[in-house]
Design a binder for this molecule. Structure first.
Ligand code: C5P
Length: 226
């Protein structure tokens, strides 16, 4: 009798600025597993909808956009980075902005948009394993994941981290403006009816406030390889 091989999944959920992105990438590299940056999918749909001039509250139009947008992840030429192609256009830099984050959060509250992205996300589960970064990885998309982590940090600390990242990219932002945007986005993500931001019952919680990134990575790594 043949038994289906279950591909292991590590889900890393949490609010923006909790360190998920960096930690997921480092842990995936160390394990040699694939990486799913699910936030980039919502950002890509928000971006594509904006580029098409759609009203982001037009449920039917945005759903059709989510169903038809072609999203591809591809290594950069120097191999240091992952580029996100949206309908063939390299939109990586546009997707990182706070405007794209806000558009993503707006369209992510539409259930049919979330549904349109399910199969794409499930398709990332391939041997030898997957690290899935997002808001609902452990609760909705991969509820059977063997390893689940929920990262948190204070809003003030998360705003500081985003500020540093965006400044390094040469973007003009203010710390107080960022903190307000982060708090508004968290409130919307946590209060929506479908797939709200919340830890899975079986997730290991890690508060990363004041914790250096290598310590966060060590904590997460210990969940998979105790
Ligand atoms: O993680 P990131 O900041 O790129 O996510 C952008 C937005 O996409 C989030 O604020 C959230 O509204 C949405 N999102 C989501 N479900 C996920 C990943 C992201 O709703 N799994």
């Amino acid at each position: 009798m043949t038994r289906a091989v279950v591909v292991p999944v590590l889900t890393i959920d949490g609010p923006s600025g909790s360190g998920k992105g960096t930690v997921s990438r480092l842990v995936a590299e160390r394990l040699g597993w694939r990486l799913l940056d699910s936030g980039a999918l919502y950002r890509a749909v928000g971006y594509a909808a904006g580029a098409a001039g759609l009203d982001l509250s037009d449920v039917d139009a945005v759903t059709r956009c989510a169903e038809s947008t072609r999203i591809r992840f591809q290594p950069s030429v120097d191999g240091q980075d992952t580029r996100v192609l949206v309908n063939g256009h390299d939109a990586t830099d546009e997707l990182r902005t706070e405007t794209a984050g806000a558009a993503a959060s707006a369209i992510a509250s539409i259930p049919s948009v979330r549904q349109a992205l399910v199969d794409l996300q499930l398709g990332f589960r391939k041997a030898p394993g997957l690290v899935a970064d997002g808001r609902d990885m452990g609760t909705v998309i991969f509820p059977d994941a063997a390893y689940k982590v929920f990262l948190t940090a204070s809003a003030a600390e998360r705003a500081k981290r985003r500020y540093k990242q965006l400044k390094e990219k040469g973007l003009s932002v203010t710390l107080s403006g960022l903190q307000r945007e982060i708090e508004a986005r968290d409130a919307r993500d946590a209060s929506r009816a479908v797939a709200p931001l919340k830890p899975a019952a079986d997730a290991v919680l890690v508060d990363t406030t004041g914790m250096p990134i290598d310590e966060v990575v060590a904590n997460v790594f210990a969940v998979v390889r105790p």
